[in-house]
Design a protein around this ligand. Structure first.
Ligand code: IMP
Length: 448
């Protein structure tokens, strides 16, 4: 049985959690394959809202085993906090029972966070992600499987602390790493998570051979990919479909479907070019920010907002070959007089339809728009009623008002990706799926 991949198709924060929730109900494994606690997703259980950063979104399905995969960099202190909050809310301690940490994943240490605090260019989340990946590439990082050996090797600990301190000094960070503290940290990680540290690639491979469904959960988005994104304003990992299996420790042949998640508009946090960006303080940009509550889950920073960029989405499709597009937060556009879609860029007098590779060129691009009539704002209840009616009648996307449907169909046409689901509100019921498609299922309830 197959693996399905869910990816952010833009610059992250597309609202992947809800789509993952829907698919997790039918999956027995949910695997994060890259990134770390730079990601963030919000889980609503009853009256409580929980922000998680590393635990896969599939956690709300009790049948789902959870993997923090080979390709990740993991902050054990943040993981402990997430697990504490999960236990307080549900009474469950999944670590070692249904939550597993890959032996091959890299450990984020206090040094990595300190070093990341020196970033002035990219506007990183400051969580130590880039420095942890840098250590991995330099082959000096510590993987979870190495914790035992390193923590009992005094010489290695001193060398490591010395290297870290030189690097902190070089970037003007005043804090220093004491060898004793480093050793104590490593020992604590083994004590706290020892049971959960496993050869997860082997476990997921075996599950696939046994016919189980596996969900591969992407973090960040296509435009933040280290190789294919808007470099250098990107994250430090390969966020794309090609890495979904690799970072999970299985082969690409297992994947049968790959869903791209895109907002009906665009947001970006951190620095870097964003051709369709709108002024934040007024007009449609402000409408998107306020109605869409566009603040980062991890850092709380306001997200930059703009119109949907088809040039970026087509690029993202070229890299990832989406079998279906999940359009999120369409309801947020309700109440705007007109809605624009960027179909190309003007660069030095020419109209281009692909993203230039250089960020300097991208920063000079002026979007070419086509303009669609707006549609009225509806209440959450009205959208949910529309979604319920769509499910009850089997009318699929046809349950949407004509102007909304035309906007959605135009996105399909311009992107070349079939829209399989449209998110019209935060509620689990507030999704309208294409009839007979992979998201044409009854709304899932959390099993806690
Ligand atoms: P880093 O991943 O913390 O190194 O940050 C690099 C860039 O990626 C910055 O522009 C961040 O704002 C952005 N970024 C990282 N993770 C996310 C995410 O989950 N959503 C949106 N942007 C992100």
């Amino acid at each position: 049985m197959p693996a399905s991949v869910v990816l952010g198709a833009q610059w992250g924060d597309e609202g992947k959690g809800k789509a993952i929730d829907q698919l997790a109900a039918d999956s027995s494994w949910a695997v994060r394959f890259q990134g770390g606690n730079n990601a963030g997703h919000t889980i609503v259980l009853g009256d409580t809202t929980l922000k998680l950063h590393q635990i896969p979104s599939g956690v709300t399905s009790q049948n789902c085993k959870l993997v923090l995969g080979d390709g990740m960099v993991i902050d054990p202190w943040v993981l402990e906090e997430e697990l504490d909050r999960w236990r307080e809310l549900t009474g469950e301690s999944p670590e070692g029972d249904r939550l597993f940490i890959s032996e091959r994943a890299s450990v984020i240490l206090p040094f990595h966070r300190m070093y990341d605090s020196a970033d002035k260019l990219v506007g990183t989340t400051g969580r130590g992600i880039g420095p942890a990946y840098r250590d991995r590439i330099e082959r000096v990082g510590i993987r979870f499987v190495d914790l035992g050996a390193v923590s009992s090797d005094k010489e290695k600990i001193s060398e490591t602390a010395e290297r870290m301190n030189k690097q902190l000094a070089a970037v003007g960070v005043e804090e220093r790493i004491e060898p004793e503290a480093l050793m104590a940290d490593l020992k604590w990680i083994i004590e706290r998570f020892g049971d959960a540290i496993r050869p997860t690639g082997l476990m997921v491979d075996e599950a696939l051979r046994d016919g189980e469904n596996v969900l591969l959960e992407g973090a960040q988005g296509a435009m933040l990919d280290i190789d294919q994104g808007t470099y250098p304003f990107v994250t430090s990992s390969v966020t794309s479909r090609a890495n979904a299996t690799h970072g999970a420790g299985i082969h690409p042949g297992h994947v049968s479907q790959c869903f791209g998640i895109s907002k009906a508009y665009t947001t970006r946090v951190g620095n870097g070019p964003f051709p369709t960006e709108l002024p934040y303080e007024e007009g449609p940009g402000n409408h998107m920010a306020m109605v869409g509550h566009e603040f980062g889950t991890t850092t709380g920073r306001p997200r930059r907002t703009g119109w949907l960029d088809m040039v970026a989405l087509r690029d993202s499709h070229r890299i990832n070959g989406y079998t279906g597009l999940v359009l999120t937060k369409l309801d947020v556009l309700g109440g705007l007089e007109e809605i624009k879609i960027c179909t190309g860029y003007q660069l030095d007098g020419d109209v281009i339809e692909v993203m230039p590779t250089s960020c300097d060129d991208l920063a000079r691009c002026i979007p070419v728009y086509e303009v669609h009539p707006g549609f009225p704002a509806l209440s959450d209840e009205d959208w949910i009623a529309m979604a319920d009616e769509s499910r009850a009648s089997g009318s699929g996307l046809g349950a949407m008002p004509e102007k909304v449907l035309r906007y959605v169909r135009r996105i399909e046409e311009l992107s070349g990706i079939p829209v399989v689901s449209v998110g019209v509100g935060p509620d689990r019921r507030a999704s309208i799926a294409s009839a007979g498609g992979p998201f044409d299922v009854n709304p899932v309830e959390a099993t806690f």
